[in-house]
Write a new protein. Sequence first.
Length: 364
Amino acid sequence: MEVMLPYFTEKFGNASSRTHAFGWIADDAVKTAREQVAQLINCLAQEIIFTSGSTEAINLAIKGVWDNYQNKGKHIITVKTEHRAVLDTCKALEKKGAEITFLSVDREGLIDPEELKKALTPQTILVAIMYSNNETGVIQPIKKIADLVHANNSIFMCDATQAVGKVNIYVDDEHIDLMCMSAHKIYGPKGVGALYVRRKDPRVSLFPQMDGGGHERGLRSGTLNVTGIVGLGKACEIAQKEMWEDAARISKLRTKLEQFLCDLENVFVNGSTKHRLFNVTNIAFPGIRSEDLIKKLSNIAVAMGSACTSDVPEPSHVLKAMGLSDADAYSSIRFSLGKYTTDAEITKVIENVTQAVIEIRKGL
């Protein structure tokens, strides 16, 4: 917030105004932020395109590839457990003639690379698979996926919204061609994000989804949100410095939470406990509807699934794809720990959840 505030007031220039000092100051701030974002994911600053968040970045990536490469083929591959931003974008393109393959996952939430290999065809122009799942934290075998995709001369897009700032990402080493992120997932402001677009080996070309002004190398027209971009850049810088310290501390708290709650009868963790982020756990309380449990936890911020679908009265599509029954999916809660979560808070959560489970099972 401290670095953002001046750009609300005395540094209010337009970054695209190149004829006066007000614009130059704003432009310099955007350049600095672009470098900060690039350093976090180990790419070139010129490969970063600023957006309003991951949803816009996902739309630009998927629709941009579709519009630019459909002369090569009309086939796109994704996964049933993707965020709605990816699934809904793919379904929208289906109406325009795209052929979409939705890969399955196993009980741990992981895809089978062999299923991906068999699904690839000469007409496959894009494979969109998320780095880590927003509901379970499960991390996919990104490098193996990328190698299969590139062997087929297709483009690999990765929704890394949940992973950026929590794990080291090297887009070159992992052979990622397109990757999106949102500032608010790393304690930056809401309403700003970025899309990484590979410039060589291979160079990825996207068809713009917004016209007017030619901002962001012609890929995303519109006056830049300088204040938000500055906040995103600073958040990336902080995340890079504190990532491993946060991981060590938060993973211990997450382990404590799981161990105590899974001591309750018939309670279990959904998804892989080996291949996942350090801050998320999705826990099933069979026989107890999660909404009933959440009502008894009014002072604790938990959810049945993604915040983007928290008002949808349906079982999580992620958990259903992993093979859970409707009943178990409806009985699951996602706990997300943060850098400010304390041991005392985890102890309190354990006490409150345990008490709530006991009360519900007794019919109280």
